[in-house]
Design a binder for this molecule. Sequence first.
Ligand code: SIN
Length: 535
Amino acid sequence: MVPETDFIVVGSGIAGLRAGLELARAGAGVTVLTKDRREESNTEYAQGGIAVALADTDEVSLHEEDTTSAGAGLCDERAVEVLVEEGRWYIRELIEWGAEFDREGGRLLFTREAAHSRPRILHAHGDATGREIVRALLARAGAERKISFLAHAETESLIVQDGRAVGVRYLDPLVRAPRTLLARGVVLASGGAGALYLHTTNPAVATGDGMAMAFDAGAELADMEFVQFHPTALNLEGAPRFLLSEALRGEGGVLRNAAGKRFMPRYHDAAELAPRDIVTRSIVAEMERTATRTVFLDMTAFDAAYLRRRFPKIYSTCLGFGLDLARDPVPVSPAAHYIMGGVRTDLEGRTSLPGLYAAGEVACTGVHGANRLASNSLLEGLVFGARAGRAAAQDLAVPHAAAVGTGATDDGGPGATAREDLRRMSAAADAVRKRVRRLMWERVGILRSRASLTRALSEFEQIARAPLRTAPRNFLTVAALIARAALWREESRGAHFRVDFPARDDGRWRVHSIIQKDAGISSAETVEFAATVRQ
Ligand code: SIN
């Protein structure tokens, strides 16, 4: 007998948890599958905060304007309106549910980040905003009898029957054997793909599996070429690329080159608070100009007591690597951070495949356009996670698929020989991932060209000829999708920069890229982009 649940949510970050809560509110049973611990997601690592127009000095229309202008002509206007307007309501609800954002004298504190015209970033415990949000949502979900979690269960593929997503295949957490779970609908909230790059601020789980699964199942993906690189990740031998939040620059931190000279004013009027893609490319240019591999984030104008209070996690992490933020400029360089593209959805999280919904970083409503405004992603997960959960709940009366025809081949787990094969294949998978990460960084990274992208694609094809298990194949699929879309877009816009087409070309390219299995790449108009998803 193949196990069933009402709905499957893949991923336990802000979008998945919020979708699950909405489904449970509608009376549906929910199984949340998560690849690692239930706390492990990109959300957990979000430092700077969550943008919302709730400060006295702010207005929803300003948040809308800043989001649209960062998006470089590709934002879906309706999606942005939903984000900034409904975001205020969902944040208040989150506070009612126990999320504790930082306050002074009882009033919420808002900080400023790049390309925001007003201070509008809420934060928690200084620089542990994501962790606080996950804590509050998990506590809420834990009190819901309708929601159950299956941790360390790696989802590998979607099951499609008669043109509808009816379940998933995943690896059993204990014996690593394939398992099948059927449902009335599936919500993908599996996060982004930063771990496809050699240098990333993302945790290792962010490998874009949701995008690969949706693509293989026939759903449309959009805007895969738009990958955002965060300008300031720790760049120290032997240390991970730990994120040094934009909020540090928002509070007055400056960037200096290896000679100790501040350089951002030479590149942009807004200096360190220029849009993220501009700061990133300026750092790359400055490193090249000075023949160095790093620049420095200087917070030494601030005293240790303030930095320890305002940025406790960053302060203590740097200290762990022998750097005192109050005394030492910290070596930084850019790292892959966020993907604006993903599984194409309408404003309710519906994908082009019936029964499949998506929300958060795995999805693309067009809300971020070609470049996401800092701290809009947690808000997106909250708002569109709830919307996707609500839309999926309308499928509560859909009957479960018959197990026959789902290809269910569940067994007890591998014997000794199979275990040895698995060990060998997993070593091969590690080698594949390593090679793909380097190719992504060097050829599909911050600066791209026809030559670099073509070379990456031909290497991906070569790698794909080897027999691979599903997980590394998914990894390779997403890498190739990003490279294909980046090759297709012959202009520079937002986070996508082609050295061979350095200008933005609105006449030809003010369109979204759509990519679908067996159908190549096509384009979609920006007007009502989300509203035109066809199932
Ligand atoms: C940061 O804290 O700099 C990251 C915030 C974001 O990427 O939205």
